[in-house]
Design a protein around this ligand. Structure first.
Ligand code: FAD
Length: 436
């Protein structure tokens, strides 16, 4: 069955960017639909176990989340005066976030369509006029004044025929993807008292790998006994977070294989811990990621492309609509480099403490294609600058600006790219910066 609906604004993807976009568009009076392929909202935060929202501004809607989550005891600040900018990183309990997000969406009057995949953009004369989606009830075509692509993979933009960049410009290399699991019921005191030496631990792991009791997932970054599941650099058993290289996030077969292997490996590591580690004999699983943690895939080519220099030199723009200060964080494979970065590297890759860079509205506007805005991880940025702009507070801030612009466009019968940035800034309470 195919049926049609009419909306002012349709937002595809309900991660940090999509939430910011849908809530802000609805609050500006636009009839707004938010489409999400999963059965919950929050994107990487709730699906991939990315709990800490980085130390960079997130805009007015993020501030509202912070306030509500703090009241509910669902958020605590993680401070690190050496590496982080004040007030630190917001460690949020994903389950609280999901529920609070539902509450705010409901209050804002956003229509939410879960378990629905964006499938295809409908364009007429280079303008996106509708999106086609699929769910259990069949196909739905949603006609919209403005569509906002918050899928993180630029699914809508790619389908609409926008120009796309992917990975490293030299070889297409992508940042590592990641899988997270959390163990519980561990007697840390007993472990501290009776823990094996690192040599002993490595011997057990080597034996377990030789006997096929621990099998690293394909692409596990440097998958030696020393690195899976043991982190040689930190000298700890890495139970909670594994990086993989060479997994294409746009290939569902590869993603499925990686998720399957990571689930199996989690069970194997759990059994290993129960068998060998003092204090772990009763250990259990608190949660595992529902989706693979994806750091990088498609980015649009927009009217402006954010550069590394814009980040480090704290550039401001006449059309700056988001303020940010996180460092350019690339979990890369050679010839790039990866975590852990030295303190010097972190500070060389972000604006001077106390300074901010701005992201111009033009980074959200694709070239050639009308009726479409893009927010979140897939905005127009050089690969390095993308490493700074992809963090969750910035994505929610970008979404907030995009939703505001979309609602203004519909209300005033203008194209989204005709909206003046000062109009957006006024509505999202962003102070006017110093133009370059
Ligand atoms: C391992 C890892 C660690 C990270 N660490 C941090 C950190 O410590 N702090 C921090 O702030 N950031 C961190 N990040 C970055 C951050 O999580 C992401 O870049 C951010 O969540 C991107 O936000 P988004 O809204 O653009 O996309 P996402 O959070 O990916 O949300 C996109 C949403 O769109 C939906 N979607 C996708 N395609 C479709 C479709 N076709 N139809 C319908 N729905 C669709 C998805 O299901 C998802 O809900 C990390 C990321 C990873 C992977």
């Amino acid at each position: 069955m195919t049926y049609e609906r009419e909306y002012d604004v349709v937002v595809c993807g309900a991660g940090p960017a999509g939430l910011g976009a849908a809530i802000s568009a609805a609050r500006q009076g636009a009839k707004t639909l938010l489409v999400e392929r999963l059965g919950f909202v929050g994107g990487m935060h709730t699906g991939a176990g990315v709990t800490n929202w980085c130390d960079t501004p997130g805009g007015p809607i993020f501030d509202e989340f912070v306030e509500r989550l703090t009241t509910l005891h669902g958020l605590r600040w993680v401070e690190d005066p050496v590496h982080y900018v004040d007030p630190g990183r917001a460690a949020i309990t994903p389950e609280f976030f999901r529920m609070v997000a539902m509450q705010i969406l409901n209050e804002a009057g956003v229509d939410l369509l879960l378990l629905t995949f964006f499938e295809k953009a409908v364009t007429i004369d280079g303008r996106v006029t509708a999106v086609e989606c699929i769910n259990k009830a069949g196909h739905i075509r949603v006609n919209a004044g403005v569509v906002i692509d918050c899928t993180a993979d630029a699914d809508v933009a790619a389908s609409a025929g926008c120009d796309i960049a992917l990975g490293d410009p030299e070889d297409g290399r992508l940042q590592h993807c990641n899988f997270r699991a959390t163990f519980e019921n561990i007697d840390y005191e007993q472990y501290a008292k009776d823990k094996p030496s690192n040599e002993q631990l490595l011997e057990w792991i080597r034996l377990a790998q030789d006997e096929g009791r621990i099998t690293p997932p394909d692409g596990a970054f440097q998958p030696e006994a020393e690195t899976f599941p043991f982190n040689q650099r930190y000298k700890v058993l890495q139970l909670t977070s594994w990086d993989m290289e060479g997994v294409d996030p746009l290939d569902p077969w590869q993603v499925s294989r990686a998720l399957q292997q990571c689930n199996i490996a989690t069970l194997q590591v759990l059994e290993f811990c129960r068998r060998h580690l003092p204090g772990y004999d009763q250990c259990s699983i608190r949660n595992i990621a529902s989706v693979l943690g994806i750091r990088e895939s498609r980015r649009i080519v927009g009217q402006y492309t954010l550069t590394a220099e814009d980040v480090t030199e704290a550039h401001k723009f006449d059309d700056g609509i988001v303020s940010a200060c996180f460092f350019m964080d690339l979990h890369d494979s050679p010839p790039g480099d990866t975590m852990p970065f030295s303190t010097e590297t972190i500070w060389a890759r972000r604006p001077t403490r106390g300074e901010h860079f701005e992201i111009p509205f033009r980074c959200l506007v694709p070239i050639r294609i009308q009726g479409l805005l893009v927010a979140g991880r897939c905005i127009s940025a050089e690969r390095m600058a993308h490493g700074a702009a992809r963090v969750m507070p910035t994505c929610m801030f970008l979404g907030t600006a995009a939703g505001t612009a979309a609602a203004l466009a519909v209300r005033s019968s203008r194209r989204p790219d005709e909206i003046e940035s000062r109009e957006i800034r006024a509505l999202i309470g962003m102070p006017v910066g110093d133009p370059l």
